[in-house]
Design a protein around this ligand. Structure first.
Ligand code: IMP
Length: 439
């Protein structure tokens, strides 16, 4: 009896929330992370690197962030780059300097010693590999993300904690450069990477700046959870860019899905009790890969221009398309979403009738769920349901009741298709431009 009571006491739930992108990235996660973060004590990034890019607008000023978690704009939040992140120190330092120069306090930023470092040869190999692939390229951000995660998997990566031990750092660097330089020379006909220059930059320039931030982040996250603090785990990229569950090989090299938070931050699945999926009111994708609801022509161009659908980082034009409920249903499954946050609803105003993909047609067969076989997906065409559009400007709406009835019908239709409540709706880029849609 006594033992049972103790077991239950230990099982008290802790308030951990995961926020994930549900499409192919660029859903506007930063805005809602920023909003949800307000109520958090800690925000943790669990995967990806500076391939991510999110914009937060504060008092009319835009902040483009790549690595630092969104919650960094609040003084009361500890922000964490977890073990699952890959870090280019030069980029991180530049971002911290920029934010400090604007008056934001960066002393709360913690960096996992187990996170892997992006080194100059990762970026070079990413670029060279893409160039060699030619028409078959993946369309990566060329930030060295794939090569850095590949080195992590083959156990030749250098970690943040290696910066703290110059001897080990140099030994590992010399060892790995034997192979990298041979590939650079023999496969790509390039000059070798310079070990002395890398060691100088990483150990003499970056290390002193980063050292105060390097920490046992797993310990910090658990201390926060155990003391009942609210912790937000912030996914970068998105569900369909997930290495295991996305449209492989047109994916990133990490696991953005909610389960990735467990690995990339060092928590078990039972810690997570809320999973917010962020999705655009339409869909965009940057880079190559299948996209069943892709729009070409004038309508697509209008969405791109109205929605400013150009990469924060790479400035690449994003490919636009209609909302895909088949994808979203799969995202609900993969992430066990408890709720949805829909962004950029204002962009759909004035476009005329709206299409929502409710199923796929594959050679005459109706598919309600995403096919597992990529060759099938490539041949799928969307089955649409048409909904009336609206012309009103909704960007000033602050409550559900202020939205035109066609706008509410659109959201209610998405909710019914996906089977998860829509709790937040973005109606403009500003921090305050959102609606609490459902209680
Ligand atoms: P990588 O992550 O740079 O290796 O790129 C792999 C794929 O993920 C490419 O199609 C990129 O365009 C895409 N990708 C990576 N990061 C983002 C992001 O933050 N938003 C949207 N797409 C991304």
């Amino acid at each position: 009896m006594c033992r049972h009571t103790r077991l239950f006491e230990r099982e008290t739930r802790v308030p951990a929330t995961v926020l994930v992108g549900t499409q192919w990235g660029d859903e506007g996660k930063g805005k809602f992370t920023d909003l949800v973060a307000k109520e958090m004590s800690m925000v943790v990034r669990y995967q990806g690197g500076h391939n991510a890019g999110h914009t937060i607008v504060v008092d009319g000023e835009s902040f483009g962030l790549q690595l630092v978690p969104s919650g960094c704009l609040y003084d009361h939040i500890t922000t964490v780059l977890g073990n699952g992140v890959v870090v280019d120190p030069k980029v991180l330092i530049a971002e911290m300097d920029m934010l400090e120069s604007k008056g934001f306090d960066m002393s709360h930023l913690k960096l996992s010693g187990n996170a892997h470092l992006i080194l100059p040869y990762h970026q070079e190999l990413d670029m060279l590999t893409e160039r060699r692939l030619g028409r078959n390229k993946l369309g990566t951000t060329k930030r060295g993300i794939g090569p850095a995660y590949a080195d992590k998997s083959t156990r030749v990566g250098l970690r943040v904690q290696d910066l703290l031990d110059p001897k080990i750092f140099r030994e590992k660097l010399d060892q790995v450069l034997k192979e990298k330089n041979s590939v650079l020379a023999k496969v790509f006909n390039r000059l070798p990477a310079d070990a002395d220059a890398i060691a100088h930059d990483y150990l003499e320039v970056y290390r002193p700046r980063l050292e105060p931030h390097i920490a046992d982040t797993v310990g910090l996250v658990h201390e926060a959870l155990e003391s009942g603090q609210h912790v937000l785990f912030e996914g970068a990229q998105a569900t369909f860019l997930d290495l295991d569950h996305g449209t492989y090989p047109f994916v990133t090299s990490s696991n953005p899905v909610a389960g990735g938070a467990c690995i990339g931050a060092g928590i078990g699945p039972r810690h997570i009790d809320r999973v917010i999926g962020v999705g655009k009111a339409y869909v965009t994708r940057v880079g190559s890969g299948p996209f069943p609801t892709e729009l070409f022509g004038d309508l697509g161009d209008t969405i791109v221009e109205k929605g400013r659908e150009y990469g924060v980082n790479t400035k690449r034009r994003r490919r636009p398309g209609w909302f895909d409920a088949v994808m979203m249903r799969h995202a609900v499954r993969l992430n066990s979403l408890s709720e949805l946050a829909i962004t950029k609803l204002d962009i759909l105003g004035g476009l005329g009738p709206l299409q929502v993909c409710v199923a796929y047609d594959h050679q005459g067969e109706r598919l309600e769920q995403m096919p597992y076989h990529q060759s099938v997906l490539h041949k799928c065409t969307p089955i649409y349901e048409e909904l009336p559009g609206w012309d009103d400007d909704i960007s000033g709406s602050t409550e559900r009741s202020q939205l035109p009835s066609a706008t509410r019908d659109y959201l209610d239709f998405l909710e019914a298709q996906v089977g998860v409540p829509i709790r937040l709706v973005g109606v403009g880029p500003g921090r305050e431009q959102f609606i609490h849609y459902a209680a």
